[in-house]
Design a protein around this ligand. Structure first.
Ligand SMILES: [Zn+2]
Length: 98
């Protein structure tokens, strides 16, 4: 598995501005692929969100991988374009751009 390019990593962190893009908490952030790498997801700014940690599945990253992820947090392989799938941000439902 290849690493996230530094430019993409920087763009996501700039967008998040130190806050979890899920709950808005100022916390150490982990990068999450909305469409998993195993489902063909790419290293793009629209496909990657910065979330607070697993927290034993109570943090947003754990929630994203849990059975009931919030809208747009976990995309199935059939959904081909993360820029066209809304993401439930702490501001509300938004589209993410590459
Ligand atoms: Zn969070």
């Amino acid at each position: 598995m290849s690493a996230i390019p530094p430019k993409v990593r920087a763009a996501v962190h700039e967008r998040a501005a130190g806050r979890c893009e899920g709950c808005g908490k100022a916390a150490p952030l982990e990068l999450h692929h909305r469409k998993y790498r195993s489902r063909g997801g790419k290293h793009t700014a629209a496909n990657i969100v910065a979330l607070c940690g697993w927290g034993n599945h109570t943090g947003c990253h754990g929630l994203a991988h849990g059975p009931n992820p919030p809208q747009g947090w976990s995309l199935s392989s059939g959904l081909s374009d993360p820029t066209k799938e809304m993401f439930l941000h702490h501001w509300g439902l938004i589209f993410l751009e590459d």
